[in-house]
Design a protein around this ligand. Structure first.
Ligand SMILES: [Zn+2]
Length: 178
């Protein structure tokens, strides 16, 4: 094999690798967007999601948790030991998310729910931050960060939706709809 042939071969192999890499990246992007797309997020008015407006409307902690995937300090949230009967809505877009019927005291320091109000109210995302593999929970309508879900909850679902108080707002029965 002469020098020119070798170079041509190397060029061809590199191009093949590059194409393959691009195909994999493209597939990853597609899968990620498929996971990320909430069922009714299109209906959400993007204007209300304007970061500056949100900063005015939310407290710094509410903004940090919902928009920057922050976490309130354990045992400090207003709904940690709160057990009134009603519904919890997203603090950003007011979509109904959880019912007090599934709220329980997990002892973890954050509000814990055994289930979501209805399927499709939240979306789940892999969260590899902090060197752990956790499942992040977001509002399906506005993509606000809510918390994480773990598999160590009580029956019937065995799920523990560990949710920041700063991401949700309690509504008494009959006042949920806004
Ligand atoms: Zn929301």
């Amino acid at each position: 094999m002469n020098f020119l042939t070798r170079n041509l071969q190397r060029f061809a192999i590199n191009k093949l690798r590059r194409n393959n890499f691009e195909a994999i990246s493209l597939r990853r992007t597609f899968v990620a967007s498929a996971i990320d797309s909430g069922s009714n997020q299109d209906k959400f008015k993007m204007d209300e999601f304007n970061k500056e407006k949100l900063k005015e409307r939310l407290t710094p902690l509410q903004y940090h948790v919902t928009q920057e995937a922050g976490t309130e300090r354990p045992f400090t949230g207003k709904y940690n030991k709160f057990y009134e009967k009603g519904t919890y809505v997203c603090v950003v877009c007011h979509q109904e998310l959880f019912s007090s019927d599934t709220k329980y005291d997990s002892g973890c320091g954050w509000p814990a729910f055994n289930d979501v109000l209805e399927q499709g109210k939240v979306t789940l995302h892999n969260d590899p931050s902090l060197g752990l593999v956790r499942t992040e929970v977001r509002c399906s309508k506005c993509q606000a960060h809510l918390g994480h879900v773990f598999g160590d909850g009580p029956l019937p679902t065995k799920k523990r939706y560990c949710i920041n108080s700063a991401s949700i707002e309690f509504m008494e029965p009959g006042t949920e709809k806004k």
